[in-house]
Design a binder for this molecule. Structure first.
Ligand SMILES: [Zn+2]
Length: 283
């Protein structure tokens, strides 16, 4: 009998340890991304003449929003067809070299998470934007797994804190800010959707970013408390931006924190926002 008890306790402890390792591994992956491997070979790309080119980059080494990434591809291709854009889609970082980046009007970090390109490739992307290129980020592109100051300051203008846990997806009204640019001013004034609302430590409005859409942060439960993350029980307050852009000298950046689920890509208002963003960056 004693032996049986020992075996049961042993199996139980073993399961707890395995669970701990799995949870630790998951948290590490979400915060840092792994495994880290970088592609450095430049791909062969045939750019059609007279079409703005979009680089749709969906590589992840951190959390993978697989369903949203897959759902985005046909939607962005359809937008490209409609607007006469060329889309080059990849999950390999070899394209992040100065000569090839210069051919693109816009680079999209499509729910890209973790450290997905090496230092030299990061510098190439920074110079590309500084020389007049455009960088767009969707949802996971704004989490804190990238560990890249330039990216955080110029694309996000804010540091990611967490997302709500209880519940993870909450319905909210998405409200258009007064817009200076006609591409954005004709977007729907108000629509509703459920998403995973990212909470940032700062408001990008205060960093000079142009806010497109906000939610009223007081209408959601922003708590992200899980086990040891007890300091995350706060929100951004009432003024909670969810889409914004900035002219960076000659370059442009655009980010939306919406787009966790594949359902975002079936929402015509979300698609209109992405289209307006791309029309702005590809013009
Ligand atoms: Zn997400």
């Amino acid at each position: 009998m004693k032996k049986v008890v020992k075996i049961i306790v042993g199996v139980f402890l073993g399961l707890i340890i395995l669970l701990g390792i799995a949870l630790g591994g998951f948290i590490y992956k979400v915060k840092n991304g792994f495994p880290v491997s970088y592609e450095t070979e430049a791909p062969q790309i045939t750019f059609p003449a007279h079409k703005p080119a979009i680089l749709l980059f969906s590589k992840t080494t951190g959390f993978r929003h697989g369903a949203s990434i897959e759902a985005s591809k046909p939607v962005i291709k359809a937008l490209a067809e409609k607007n006469n854009w060329f889309v080059y889609e990849t999950e390999e970082g070899g394209v992040f070299n100065p000569a090839q980046l210069a051919r693109f009007s816009t680079v999209i970090f499509n729910n890209s998470t973790g450290e997905v390109i090496n230092d030299e490739q990061k510098r190439a992307l920074e110079q590309y934007v500084e020389n007049g290129g455009s960088l767009m980020g969707i949802h996971g592109a704004g989490d804190d797994s990238h560990h890249w100051d330039w990216y955080e300051q110029n694309l996000l203008g804010a540091k990611f804190s967490h997302h709500p846990i209880n519940p993870q997806f909450q319905a909210a009204e998405i409200l258009l800010d007064p817009q200076k640019d006609s591409l954005f001013s004709r977007l729907p004034q108000k629509w509703s959707n459920a998403d995973e609302w990212y909470v940032f430590f700062e408001n990008p409005r205060k960093k000079g970013f142009n806010i497109i859409y906000t939610i009223n942060g007081e209408t959601i439960n922003p708590s992200g408390n899980i086990l040891f993350m007890t300091s995350k029980n706060f929100g951004m307050g009432k003024d909670h931006p969810v889409a914004w852009y900035k002219q960076m000298g000659k370059g442009k950046t655009f980010y939306t924190s919406m787009g966790h689920n594949e359902t975002a890509w079936q929402n015509e208002n979300f698609v209109k926002l992405i289209e307006a963003g791309l029309q702005w960056t590809c013009q």
